[in-house]
Write a protein that binds this ligand. Structure first.
Ligand code: ADP
Length: 515
């Protein structure tokens, strides 16, 4: 038969073991261990101190110790070094002496190191308020509680580490710019990060458990093997190769499909079983846009630049003919056409260069004081000399202020707007008007032409955009309004089509008054 206290010790240790598997709150568990240790050692008070890299030495739980004494002990412990593999019970005699002194010999104590992986991670202390030394038995008993406490601390640390790891993983998934989809080996959705929810315009809850094919829906099947076929033929098990698909995805409630590239990669467990297939979904809209830009660029260069070059070449060849004597008037007219076409060519090349420069890194402005009304009058006079069909009106309030602007660039904006007004309206008045608002000034160019089709409105300021009608009937690069927008933006202003104007088209821009 075990002696009575041994039975109680066994029961307590069993109870602690049970609590170890059930209780996740470390402090509650340590307090439980401490209270039992105090009871088993017929003590009156005690504490458990822990040591870690972040907080150093500190009292984790305590029982029956007066506040003032506790503060004193806490401060003393905090001052103890944490470095080194100190497995001696260095603090114990010191703490015992302190308590003995303070209680005038009324308290005796015992302290045991808590050791985990050969490192001291804390100490457990029990005090008695009667004289009498702690026996070897007492120390052995306390050692078993110290071991339990060490296991509790280790569990809690492991649990926290795992939790931190998973939080880190969650944060990583959710902060990733690419969409990430985690699939089960049978291709059902297990997780989906925020970026993918945004890309697909859906929520994770709506997709979890669904087959991948119901979430990754292609507008038309992409080229190559389907994921299901690849997985069925053992792609995941066979190699570590990434499986890549590219195409347009159908999105919940949105009309426009989304161009994406998806890389699938297998994830294996420690015993080599396929755990997951991770899909990383990249929005390749910008890549596609760049591709389209390149195509537009090539088509503009080949169509628009070829026309003036052909005209110039034609006139020059005619004038050079040796067998004909051209009179002065014809020569002069031909040279005028050549000059005009060369100017047009220069303008187009400059627009193309500006657009390329803008893409490479924005505009630098050379600002100086500029009177827009004066510039508008100058341009109106120049254009009046060039056309019989249009008349020009310049209408600005007399107190329209001069602003610090890049004159050349603002001239480019007005020139583009006036060129468009003349190009797209066969005749009638073209008006350049200005008005003042408290924080900015607004300048508009309006014509009496057919106006801008509402279907084209969202796109007219885009690079290379030309309406179908414009492309059929007029020459142009689709860069004019795009460049206007970029120049105005660089001046911190805005540009828009005035949709309230019904007699033709009116394009307005604003510029802040504190330029
Ligand atoms: P481009 O004139 O070379 O086509 P822009 O960027 O200047 O390029 O204009 C883009 C489109 O906006 C034009 O193709 C045309 O459809 C429309 N647009 C611009 N200005 C006018 C205007 N004054 N009247 C009617 N349509 C216009």
């Amino acid at each position: 038969m075990l002696p009575d206290y041994r039975v109680r010790q066994r029961d307590y240790l069993l109870e602690i073991s049970r609590a170890l598997t059930e209780e996740l709150d470390l402090d509650a568990l340590l307090l439980h261990i401490l209270r039992i240790a105090i009871e088993m050692l017929t003590g009156h008070a005690g504490f458990i101190a822990l040591k870690d890299d972040k907080r150093g030495w500190h009292i984790a739980v305590h029982e029956g110790i007066a506040e003032a004494l506790l503060n004193y002990l806490q401060r003393w412990l905090e001052a103890q070094p944490v470095e080194g593999e100190d497995t001696s019970e260095a603090h114990v005699p010191e703490i015992n002496r302190m308590l003995n002194d303070i209680s005038m010999g009324m308290l005796t104590g015992v302290g045991i190191n808590m050791i985990f992986q050969k490192q001291v991670i804390g100490q457990i202390y029990v005090f008695r308020n009667y004289r009498g030394l702690f026996s070897t038995n007492d120390r052995m008993l306390l050692t078993s509680f110290a071991n339990q406490a060490a296991i509790a601390v280790r569990n809690a640390r492991l649990y926290n580490e795992t939790r931190e790891q998973s939080l880190r993983l969650e944060a990583l998934l959710d902060s990733a710019a690419d969409g990430i989809l985690i699939l089960t080996p049978d291709l059902k959705v297990e997780r989906m990060n925020k970026a993918l929810q945004r890309l697909l315009n859906t929520s994770e809850e709506a997709c979890i458990g669904k087959p991948s094919a119901e979430v990754i829906r292609w507008a038309k099947p992409p080229q190559g093997t389907r994921l299901e076929t690849a997985v069925a033929s053992g792609w995941a098990q066979n190699g570590q190769n990434v499986f890549y698909l590219e195409g347009d995805l159908v999105r919940e409630g949105l009309r426009e499909p989304l161009p994406v590239g998806i890389s699938y990669g297998p994830l294996f467990s420690a015993d080599d079983a396929l755990m997951n297939i991770i899909a990383s979904v990249r929005d390749i809209t910008r890549f596609r846009t760049a591709e389209e830009m390149k195509t537009s660029f090539i088509s503009v260069v080949s169509h628009e630049l070829k026309t003036p070059i052909a005209l110039i070449k034609g006139y020059v060849s005619t004038l050079r003919r040796d067998d004909v004597e051209w009179d002065r008037e014809i020569v002069s007219e031909s040279l005028a056409v050549i000059e005009e076409e060369a100017d047009r060519l220069t303008e187009m090349v400059e627009d193309l260069l500006d657009a390329t420069r803008l893409q490479a890194g924005g505009l630098t402005l050379k600002k100086s004081e500029l009177s827009i009304p004066q510039l508008a009058r100058f341009l109106a006079d120049r254009y009046t000399a060039q056309t019989d069909q249009h008349s020009f009106v310049v209408d600005f309030p007399p107190d329209f202020p001069a602003l610090a602007l890049d004159e050349e660039r603002i001239r480019q904006v007005l020139t583009n707007l006036l060129n468009n007004a003349m190009k797209y309206s066969p005749d009638g008045e073209i008006r350049i008007s200005g008005k003042l608002r408290p924080k900015d000034v607004v300048v508009c160019v309006s014509d009496r032409g057919p106006g801008i089709d509402p279907r084209d409105l969202p796109y007219v300021f885009e690079r290379f955009y030309r309406s179908d009608e414009a492309a059929k009937t007029t020459k142009g690069t689709g860069l004019g309004l795009y460049l206007c927008r970029e120049i105005i933006r660089a001046h911190e202003g805005k540009i828009w089509v005035d949709e309230t104007y019904k007699e033709g088209s009116r394009i307005c821009f604003s510029l802040p008054r504190d330029q």
